[in-house]
Design a protein around this ligand. Structure first.
Ligand code: B3K
Ligand code: ZN
Length: 869
């Protein structure tokens, strides 16, 4: 397959000023007529051929200004037409497509009887011939004709016409005045109900808000609607961004490759990421839905009004929008807690990606299949890069810079460089070196040492940074890193004052800008020896090391004025203890005692917020620990993890019991911070009680039976599932009987089954034959195959590679049905080199079996071949 390079980018030879589509839906097929008003780009050589993309289209007619075109050529996905004499002309085409058999869920497809589209990144070419690239912006008019059984006919923009065609068919026409690239096109035809609301913008315009769902989901729309209004208000207040069209629509569909899509004025959501009610949605579910609704809404400015020049710039919209949605959640829930959760995800999964064979910069420089680059690096690390700009500029200048960005580039397709230029123009900072964050892959290492000089009253911090090699990038240049820091007095436990003459330190922001590979920061006026608190709020996405003693870490857990760093110190301490046990180190036993003491301190501390306390008490996950050393033996790691949890469960049994009792529900379920935090802590206590004594499963059974909400019920089933017994099977069967007709609950049920530690391949195979499972529904695949291979390490790695064979079989099967999903499921195999030799052999064998498959999709080929290099 062809490798696409950023360095080959060329502006398009033709613009498409206006696009008119007529989409005629018939039972077996759909016909699409397109009229493209094109104009030669005067910046490009004249006489260039017209190049349109198309995939799986049956071309029925093609003309330019009414004259049939016969001398076109087809090269792969490109349709090449010799240059017309005129500089402006209209290309007319008619194609036939088959949405019913489209299982890739890209382009126009059918999900549970409704027609819907997914065009990002390159799905529009499965609908019609088009210059399917994000730098071609066009004004769309879309006419849909369909049988009347499809009551709802939607597209982007405003409705302009609708009516009957004959006794059986009707039509609707939509017009979107904002020029947009083809990836933001959307169309929906279905038998849907809408739930309506309105929002009055900051300038007094009334926006019509609608959520379209299948009739049986009507009761699950209220939360998304209120999240939408909350997001609209936040974007006006914090970024000064007002919504632009008169109507904003959300549609829920059951078959969807990812979470949701920000199509202009017509967001399409995976039903699991928008439908909610307290009976079936967990606290985490509510938080995720709110964040995704916000994220897609925020794209209206960061993505739609200002879009990407090419797909290498994907993080321009995704990194920025993830940063925006994270700040929205931080502002409206609990800031430090949100940061802990995001940093956990980054360290566990993005750092792994950055250290593996698919490592790529936030702005990649090449790809085979762009869908493989909707990654944690582009999204989450991209958001960290924007966060660093926010830290370096401070909130006020950052806002001025985003105002400038939206103003300067409104209606344009631009680059990450353009974004950074706005930051530099407003602040006067030289961000040339900073831009390396966009170009260099890999997680930088930051080594710091400290020295206190009592006579001089100075505390010196010696910094050293380096970044490991990544594929194609053997050597790296130093990064410009904001290091937010403070000093905690060793004696007083207080935040110490200091001054410094280092020009890289900004006292207002309490942030040191490290630019060199090595540098020393001398802090003066320090009246006592100190434990430095470094990288506060995780001010840069790096791996920090400082020679802290366990006493230093405990000191920070107790005293650090930065809540995030208190938690971080606890994580560092627990990681140290777990890893020493994995190594079988001599000091392991002593360290376990230290951990028990530290956990007890937290347990009995009544001043801590419950959400923070729950996170302080949770051990780092096995996935996170597996990132910290090689070679990993997942079964041995699971044993150590289980043993330490059991020890903590037993030695603090009385305390866990008290905590469990104190966190019992007091009122009926509501999704609000105090309750969410209490439930989280209740779960942590229960998990330690069961880890310490398996007979405590009856507490989980009680919780399951008595709870008035899905948060407690699903947690209870999961914890209870760790203890094999018949009562659990019965409860699970009852759950399925009760909820099988609710898609979100059926997925939840499959996922709980697939993640119980004792499950093995024969049972997982049986689960794929269960009526609740479907190979063509990505949510079901993620629940079962993803649950087993990505969220159940002990089961996946058991039985000498049986799990790997099962996963490879699933990938091969999905390769022809849905390449995007197949490629995602390859992730566990990409880390094969981190494991012990036997595991490496077994995984490598499966990778080779996959790469030998005939008709392998570009998606799977790219991931597997890069993993084998
Ligand atoms: N922009 C979409 C993701 C599209 C994925 C294409 N494979 C959702 C989002 O990030 O908001
Ligand atoms: Zn996004």
């Amino acid at each position: 397959p062809q490798v696409i390079q950023l360095s080959d980018y060329q502006a398009p030879s033709y613009w498409v000023d206006e696009t008119s589509l007529c989409v005629q839906i018939f039972d077996e097929y759909t016909d699409v007529q397109a009229r493209l008003k094109m104009r030669a780009n005067s910046d490009r050589p004249t006489g260039s051929p017209i190049v349109l993309q198309g995939v799986d289209l049956t071309l029925q007619a093609l003309s330019i200004d009414g004259v049939a075109v016969a001398n076109y050529e087809v090269q792969g996905e490109d349709l090449i037409i010799p240059a017309p004499a005129a500089t402006t002309f209209e290309v007319q085409s008619r194609v036939r497509i088959y949405p019913r058999t489209n299982t890739s869920l890209e382009g126009l497809y059918v999900s549970g009887g409704m027609y819907c589209t997914q065009c990002e990144a390159e799905g529009f070419r499965k609908i019609t011939y088009y210059p399917d690239r994000p730098d071609v912006l066009s004004v769309f008019t879309t006419r849909i004709e369909a049988p009347k059984s499809f009551k709802t006919l939607l597209s982007n923009g405003n409705p302009v016409a609708s009516g009957e065609l004959d006794a059986d068919r009707h039509m609707a026409e939509w017009h979107d005045p904002f020029p947009k690239p083809s990836y933001l096109f959307a169309l929906v035809a279905g038998d849907l109900v809408d739930v309506r609301d309105t929002f009055v913008t900051c300038t007094g315009r009334t926006i019509d808000l609608r959520i379209y769902v299948e009739p049986h989901n009507r009761h699950k729309t209220a939360f998304a609607l209120s999240s939408l209004k909350k997001s609209m208000t936040w974007d006006e207040t914090v970024y000064g961004r007002e919504y632009d069209l008169d109507i904003f629509m959300i549609v829920a569909v059951d078959h969807f490759n990812m979470g949701a899509m920000e199509n202009k004025g017509l967001n399409i959501f995976n039903s699991a990421c928008v439908l909610a009610d307290p009976e079936t949605t967990t606290d985490d579910g509510f938080e995720r839905i709110e964040a995704i609704v916000a994220h897609e809404y925020f794209h209206n400015w960061s993505g739609n009004r200002v879009t990407c020049r090419d797909w290498f710039q994907l993080s321009l919209k995704e990194g920025f929008t993830v940063f925006r949605d994270a700040e929205f959640t931080a502002d409206t829930h609990a800031r430090a807690v949100k940061r802990m959760d995001d940093v956990t995800l980054l360290r566990t999964s993005q750092f792994a990606e950055d250290a593996g064979p698919m490592a790529h910069p936030v702005r990649p420089s090449s790809y085979i299949e762009i869908n493989n680059f909707y990654t944690l690096t582009v999204y989450e690390k991209g958001a960290e890069v924007v966060r660093m700009l926010h830290s370096l500029l401070g909130a006020d200048r950052f806002r001025q810079a985003t105002d400038l960005y939206f103003d300067r580039f409104d209606g344009q397709a631009v680059t990450t460089d353009d974004f950074v230029t706005c930051m530099a123009d407003v602040s006067g900072l030289d961000l040339t070196q900073f831009k390396r964050w966009y170009d260099q892959a890999g997680t930088p290492r930051l080594k710091v040492e400290g020295h206190y000089n009592a006579a001089q009253q100075t505390f010196s911090l010696m910094f050293e940074q380096f970044c490991p090699a990544t594929p194609g990038q053997p050597e790296k240049l130093p990064f410009h890193m904001p290091v937010k820091l403070g000093l905690m007095g060793k004696h007083s436990g207080a935040e110490l004052m200091f001054s410094t003459d280092h020009p890289g330190y900004d006292a207002t922001l309490q942030t040191f800008s490290l630019r060199k590979a090595n540098d020393t920061l001398v802090l003066r006026g320090v009246t006592e020896d100190a434990v430095p608190s470094l990288l506060r709020d995780f001010s840069a996405p790096v791996v920090l090391s400082y020679p802290y003693t366990v006493e230093d870490l405990r000191h920070l857990v107790r005293h650090d004025s930065n809540a995030f760093n208190r938690w971080d110190a606890m994580q560092t301490l627990a990681t140290r203890v777990l890893l020493s046990a994995v190594r079988g180190a001599a000091e392991a036993d002593g360290l376990k005692t230290v951990l028990t003491d530290a956990v007890r301190d937290v347990l009995v501390d009544d001043t801590l917020d419950h959400a923070v306390k729950a996170r302080l008490l949770r051990l780092p996950s096995q996935a996170y620990l597996a990132e910290q050393y090689t070679p990993v033996d997942p079964v041995a790691l699971d044993k150590v993890h289980t043993d330490i949890r059991r020890d903590l469960g037993q030695s603090l049994a009385a305390e866990w019991q008290v905590l469990y009792g104190q966190t019992q529900p007091e009122a009926a379920y509501v999704f609000e911070h105090q309750q969410v935090a209490r439930r989280a802590l209740h779960r942590v206590a229960l998990s330690y009680l069961i880890a310490g004594d398996h007979t405590a499963w009856h507490l989980a059974a009680e919780l399951y039976q008595q709870a008035d909400n899905m948060t407690d019920q699903s947690a209870a089933l999961q914890l209870w599932g760790e203890v094999a017994n018949e009562a659990w099977d019965e409860a699970m069967n009852g759950f399925y009987q009760r909820w099988q007709d609710d898609a979100q609950m059926a997925e939840q049920w499959l996922s709980i089954r697939a993640t119980v530690p004792r499950i093995r391949v024969p049972e997982i195979r049986r689960l794929t034959e269960h009526p609740g499972f479907s190979w063509t529904n990505p949510n079901r695949v993620r629940s079962v195959i993803g649950g087993f291979a990505m969220r159940n390490p002990v089961a996946f790695h058991a039985d000498q590679g049986a799990g790997y064979r099962f996963l490879a079989d699933a990938i091969i099967q999905l390769n022809s049905l849905n390449p995007q999903i197949a490629a995602r499921l390859c992730t566990p195999f990409t880390y094969w080199r981190r494991y012990t030799p036997e595991i490496q052999d077994a995984m490598q064998t499966e990778l080779q079996r996959i790469v030998a498959v005939e008709a392998l999709s570009k998606d799977v080929y790219e991931v597997v071949s890069k993993s084998l290099v």
